[in-house]
Ligand binder design. Sequence first.
Ligand SMILES: [Fe+2]
Ligand SMILES: [Fe+2]
Length: 246
Amino acid sequence: MNTLARAEAAEHALSEELDRLVIVKSVIFTSGERDPRVPVPRPPSEGKRFLMSHDPRLPPMPGKPTLFDFFRYRFAPANHLLQSARLAQKNGMPEKVVLACLLHDIGILGFIRGDHGYWAAQMVEPYVDEEVSWAIRYHQALRFFPDESVGYRYPELYAKLFGPEYVPEPYIQEAHRYARAHKWYMTARMLTVNDLYAFDPGVQVELDEFTDIVGRHFRQPAEGLGLDASPSAHMWRTIMWPTRYL
Ligand SMILES: [Fe+2]
Ligand SMILES: [Fe+2]
């Protein structure tokens, strides 16, 4: 079979697989896309089954997925993260800040925008130093508040995106107050300083640049991320198999 024939055969197999399956978009993966007033079809129509494993529309994951596998097969292209991490490195930041930059928005890339700093912090908490997950959690609040001492201004982009009158909710203001007084404030603040708002589409940063830092600071579980029974393993599984019926 030549390349074209192989591609056609693969596409045919995929469409047959999809014909057999009812794929219900998981609410969390696509929050806002599914109309919550429309009930999920139940039971499935004749001859069909609900999807309970890998979604054939997504690239398959290895049996014991690593952090980088999630970057390759679920978060890609992760230019914003890679460029932020490289900027932190260029600015001579400690490795913990570089790692925090590399991971800070995996909540958005993996499944959800709202409160994404909290989601990402929880995902990585079992595998990183507490200071790293703390910084990721508090970047959620800190990015709304300037700190002139390190040259951080309220992002102009936010005024455009949310309107000039937007005021963060009280829980975000409280989180900011709390973080300001915390011993790790500067770790989280440096994350926001190196969080690139206008990233360069022409710059290609390779994941391999961070192999050593991740090797030193991310405790990769032997069973694979998501299959290791950590308190956040289910979050990684949801990203691996986002459309399982249950
Ligand atoms: Fe963020
Ligand atoms: Fe970001």
